[in-house]
Design a protein around this ligand. Structure first.
Ligand SMILES: [Zn+2]
Length: 96
């Protein structure tokens, strides 16, 4: 089974939680071997999960996740048009 990058992006959290069925997990592992872009995304998400689990991330301001989602959606729409990948954003203009 071969996965596209887009399919991999949709499976990152399940992959990291270990809840993927074995064939999917193996397909994803195989994809990551050959795809530095998806590997970077998986590593980035894993780092965020580690930080949250350790309580090292501060509480997000009200409405932050909605704004982040809107922004990610815009970035994803843009990057799909350009054939690029998702962009992990640091919302530098957000005030806590
Ligand atoms: Zn990929």
């Amino acid at each position: 089974m071969a996965l596209t990058c887009k399919q991999v992006w949709g499976l990152v959290s399940d992959y990291l939680e270990g809840t993927l069925a074995t064939p999917l997990r193996d397909a994803m592992t195989g994809h990551l071997v050959d795809c530095p872009r998806c590997t970077a995304i998986v590593n980035g998400v894993r780092n965020i999960i580690d930080l949250v689990a350790d309580g090292r991330i501060f509480a997000l301001p009200a409405g932050f996740s909605e704004r982040l989602k809107d922004r990610l959606k815009k970035e994803l729409d843009l990057s799909q048009n350009e054939g690029g990948g998702p962009v992990l954003l640091i919302a530098a203009d957000e005030k806590p």
